[in-house]
Each structure stands twice: as C-alpha cells, then as structure tokens.
Design a protein around this ligand. Structure first.
Ligand SMILES: CC(C)(COP(=O)(O)OP(=O)(O)OC[C@H]1O[C@@H](n2cnc3c(N)ncnc32)[C@H](O)[C@@H]1OP(=O)(O)O)[C@@H](O)C(=O)NCCC(=O)NCCS
Length: 178
C-alpha cells in the first residue's frame, strides 16, 4: 500500500530471522512493520502481558488485524513474539484518528520503541489527511500519560467511569500538521 511505503511489509509466515534485522539502536527488536493475521497469537500474548484488566479478546484482535480501517504496527522480538504493537483506527469521512492501543513488552520498555511506532503512525495518519489524533488513558496509567504528553497530547476531558471497574479516564488529543 502506497501510504505505508516506508514500512517493512508483514512477514508472510510469521517471524523470519533473516528478514527482520535487529534494530541497531534497540537490540532484540525488529523494525516497525505492518501487522497481519499471522501475528494474532503473538499480539494476544503481548496484550495479555501489557493489560491486566483491559486486554482485548482474540476475536477483537483478529477483527482489528483484518479490518480495512485500522493500521496495526508491530515490531518482532523473535519467533511468535512481539516487542510492541500499536493500533490506530480511522473513520470514514473523519479527520480524526484514534490510537486504540499501544503496548510494549516489559522487556523492551524505555528504549523508544513506543515512540518509534507512534511516529510511524503519525506519518501514516498525516498522509491519510487526518488532522487530529485521539487517545484514551486510565487516570492511574502514569507511564502512558507521560508517554502521550511527551508526544504532544493534551488532556481534553475526563471520562467518568470509562474503564472496567469504574476507573475514570482522560481523553487526550493532538493536532497533526499536514
Ligand atoms: C506506555 C508504553 C507503551 C511506553 O512504551 P516504551 O517503549 O517504554 O516507551 P518509550 O521508550 O518510547 O518511552 C518510555 C521512556 O523511555 C525513555 N526513552 C525513550 N527513548 C529512549 C532511548 N532510546 N533510550 C533510553 N530511554 C528512552 C523515554 O524518555 C521515557 O522515559 P519517561 O517515562 O521517564 O518519560 C509502555 O509503558 C506500555 O506498554 N505500557 C502498558 C500498556 C499501556 O498502558 N498502554 C497505554 C494505554 S493504550
């Protein structure tokens, strides 16, 4: 797809060591590439390792991986293991894209992988003509709030009782220069 010309294509049959060179700056991680249906088991494992209460189901992840209006970015950590993933949702006739999920395996955090995936997603959203990025985060998720605020997001509003268990969330937003 032209919009993703800067990205490594999905590996057709899962991880292939020769085709996923380790990132020089981030040992053990492959380059950011588009995820595909074959990433489902590894994506589910990453999801469960990253979110205690909010993990998505296999069915929901399959839908995201195969859905035309979503961009799933991943970085490989080995055979059937992902170092990180980001899901960006688009809506037809809308200039707003939503970061539905971003997660990095605990072993690969603090090395800039989330930032690299985010920058790739921003590039894609801008090329699609999006003008605003949105995200929702639990109020207690300090690491995530710091991450988004460092990427230029601002708190737009509080979402009372937004999360399972009743915790409030923040809706965050950032404009995109086109
Ligand atoms: C939020 C999350 C995705 C961040 O992932 P990450 O890859 O660790 O993020 P980054 O590495 O880009 O940034 C994290 C820290 O590493 C630092 N960092 C960035 N690049 C770095 C590098 N090259 N070397 C060393 N440190 C670096 C950043 O400054 C930042 O530090 P800070 O927290 O003190 O501000 C991760 O914590 C996570 O998966 N959390 C669980 C899932 C979640 O809550 N997702 C958000 C809700 S959808």
């Amino acid at each position: 797809m032209a919009l993703l010309s800067g990205l490594t294509a999905p590996t057709p049959a899962g991880f292939r060591a020769a085709s996923v060179a380790a990132d020089m700056n981030r040992p053990g991680c492959g380059p950011v590439r588009r995820g595909g249906a074959h990433d489902l088991p590894a994506l589910l494992a990453l999801e469960r390792a990253s979110f205690s209460e909010d993990a998505q189901t296999r069915r929901s992840l399959r839908w995201l991986l195969c859905r035309a209006n979503a961009l799933v970015l991943v970085s490989d950590a080995g055979p059937d293991r992902l170092a990180g993933a980001l899901v960006l949702l688009f809506r037809r006739n809308s200039g707003v894209a939503r970061i539905y999920s971003i997660a990095v395996d605990p072993a690969f955090r603090g090395q800039g992988l989330a930032e690299q995936m985010f920058e790739t997603a921003v590039g894609d959203a801008a090329q699609r003509g999006c003008r605003l990025l949105r995200a929702e985060v639990r109020q207690s998720n300090i690491a995530s709030l710091r991450f988004f605020e460092r990427q230029g997001f601002e708190r737009l509003c509080v979402l009372p009782g937004y999360y399972p268990g009743g915790e409030d969330g923040f809706r965050l937003g950032r404009t995109l220069a086109n």
